[in-house]
Every structure is written in C-alpha cells, then in structure tokens.
Design a protein around this ligand. Structure first.
Ligand code: ADP
Ligand code: MG
Length: 340
C-alpha cells in the first residue's frame, strides 16, 4: 500500500502544470528505501522536482531513505514520416501488452466481439505472426483465405466480424513459420492495407508481444487512433507494460486505458473473491501514468475452455462476470472514440 500512498502524495504537487505522480518513470520501494526516477521535461526543472518530491514525501510513513534520479523525457516525435490513414476504417485500435501470456489475444477478441454486439462493424487482425491464436479462438482453424482479381485478400468472417490472421495463409495447421523481422513487418502492413476490410467502425489489431521494432514501424506507417494496454496484476507483467505505455506515448499513440486481466477469482462454492496476483497494483500503476482502467476481468476457467472450443466467452456465456466486463470495456472504448 505504501507505493500507493507515495503516488498519492506526489500527485498533490505540481511542476509546470503537471502532477509529480505523472512524471514518475519508475518507482522502487525496498524496505524503507525508495528509489524514484522522474521523467524530466526540461533540464531546469531538476531542482524544483527534487525539492517538491522530498517535501511531498517527508510525512509518508515507512519511507526513510529517498534516492531521486532523472531521465530526460523524450519529446513526442512530430511525425517527419508520413502516416497513412486506412481508407474506410473509422477507428484503428491496437491492443498491446509488453508481456506475452497475459491474455492479450483473449482481450482483443472479446472486445472486438463486444463492439460487434453493440452494433458496430468490426474487423479483427491477428498481429501475432509467429504464434497466431485468433483462428483457434474463433473456430477458424481450418479456414483459408483467397485473393480477389485485384490481388486483395478476402478476410474470413466469424460472429459477424471480418477476421485476418497469418494462420489463414498456412498450408496446414502444423506448418512451422519462419519469418525474419522485415518479413514480419511487411506481412503486417500488407494485412492492414491489402485486406479487403470494406468499411468498418473499428479495426482491432492484436499486436505481437513486446515493444519492439514492429510496434514502432507500425506506429510510423499508419494512423492509429488508440491503444488498449493489457496487463495482469503481477509485478513482472506490470514492469513490462510500463515500457509499452512509454513507447505508445513516445510515438504519439493515445493510450485509451488499461485492462486488468486475471484480476481476481471468485470461488464457485463460497462466492468469495480472491485476488490471486494481488490487489490494487494495477490501479496504482494506472494512476502513476495518468491512465484510465477500462475494466477488470476475473480469472474464469471458462475463458480458456471457450478459447479452445472456438466460441469466445462474450458469445457463449453472456451472463458471466468476464463477459460483462468485456462488454463494459467495449462501451467505454466506443464512447471515448465517438466523442472525439
Ligand atoms: N481472464 C482469464 N481467465 C482464465 N483464462 C484466461 C484469462 N485470460 C486469458 N486466459 C487464458 O490464458 C492463456 C493466454 O491467453 P492469450 O490471450 O493467448 O494471451 P496472450 O495473447 O497475451 O499471449 C489462454 O489459454 C487463455 O485462454
Ligand atoms: Mg496472443
């Protein structure tokens, strides 16, 4: 809880109209020793930030030894490159996480399907070129796609959505794929531009894991309207997701908010809630970065069962907690983007 208190205290001080908590790049509390790294908007602010931080923290209990350091803030790059808008697509949303295995594809698929259920025209693009999982999740394992006479790929369809995945191009399900970096990039760009998406309200792109070149190149090639960041409450996942958030901010992609996946487990016998990976950590993280929590999705065994069987939970079990959470997230995302 101490980190939370530290962030709250820092949030009460401002420098250059920005809350100190928003300038925290990293925070580490070991015992009573606190290490803080601030992003420095400009060199002259170093002393002011240090003084205000120390004064904000002097009454926080359990913190004795404070070490403060700085990293120059990367200015948001004004696009020297030309970003293209995908024709016919109203909102292009990327779903990213930093770390693999946190449920990114599950979240991307269920949000896409929820948006479709809300009446929007939706496309879902599986950006995981090395390990595509969306075909399985949507019951499209043996699906293959063809091109029209203009050499445009005709996407598959599932539950009213247009879907594209590299899995649809493989000769058979077990064929291993060997890609090199540039090919990966080319494939993704091609899936964005050369697939016959038609006119869509939302195209949801499930990004490959990590914060590497693919994400950066993509951000420079195509206009992206927002990013949804997925994390679990574990520290390892959070520390990776921080990097993803910083990267999105640096390339000027607005982060719509955070989805906390595997937030808790409800025991079916007792109905008690258990916060298996810890409680409050994602909230503290979101506050530290000035981000909204779009929703919290519980651990439900049915989620993994339904991914394997090809019918996502928002379709198979509309009354489950997770389905309700996904629908809520989709509503927030739609409202946020339609408002702009
Ligand atoms: N909230 C959840 N409850 C239970 N299982 C989940 C949940 N979210 C994801 N899973 C399962 O965890 C595994 C990894 O999810 P996946 O979406 O493939 O992760 P990623 O795309 O981040 O690698 C899958 O088997 C999925 O069904
Ligand atoms: Mg995935």
């Amino acid at each position: 809880m101490a980190v939370r208190e530290i962030m709250d205290s820092l949030g009460k001080q401002t420098v250059n109209n920005r809350k100190l908590s928003e300038l925290v790049k990293d925070i580490k509390l070991v015992g009573d020793k606190l290490e803080l790294i601030f992003r420095l908007p400009n060199k002259n602010l170093e002393n002011e930030i240090r003084e205000k931080a120390l004064s904000a923290l002097k009454d926080v209990e359990g913190v004795e030894d404070i070490e403060i350091s700085f990293e120059m803030e990367q200015p948001v790059q004004s696009p020297a490159f030309h970003r293209t808008r995908l024709p016919g697509i109203k909102h292009l949303i990327v779903v990213g996480s930093g770390k693999g295995g946190v449920g990114k594809s599950t979240v991307a698929t269920n949000i896409a399907l929820s948006l479709s259920k809300l009446g929007y025209k939706v496309g879902l693009l599986d950006g995981d070129i090395y390990g595509p999982s969306i075909p399985t999740m949507l019951g499209l394992k043996n699906q293959r796609v063809e091109v029209d006479k203009f050499n445009r790929i005709i996407p598959a369809e599932a539950f009213g959505m247009k879907v594209m995945s590299v899995g649809f191009l493989l000769p058979s399900e077990d064929t291993p794929l060997i890609w090199r970096g540039p090919m990966l990039m080319k494939a993704l760009t091609q899936f964005l531009f050369d697939v016959k998406w038609g006119s869509l309200d939302f195209l949801i792109l499930d990004l490959p894991p990590g914060t590497g070149d693919v994400q950066l190149t993509l951000a420079q090639t195509v206009e992206i309207d927002g990013a949804i960041v997925v994390t679990t409450p574990q520290d390892v996942a959070l520390s990776d997701v921080k990097k993803a958030v910083v990267m999105f901010k640096e390339v000027g992609i607005p982060v719509l908010g955070v989805v906390e996946n595997m937030a808790y487990f409800v025991c079916p016998e007792s109905g008690n809630k258990y916060y298996i990976f810890g409680k409050g950590k994602v909230l503290a993280f979101a506050q530290a970065y000035g981000l909204k929590i779009l929703g919290s999705v519980p651990i439900e065994p049915e989620i993994s069962e339904t991914s394997d069987s090809g019918v996502p939970i928002v379709e198979s079990s509309t009354n489950s907690q997770s389905a309700k959470a996904f629908l809520g997230i989709a509503k927030i995302v739609a409202e946020e983007l339609e408002r702009r």
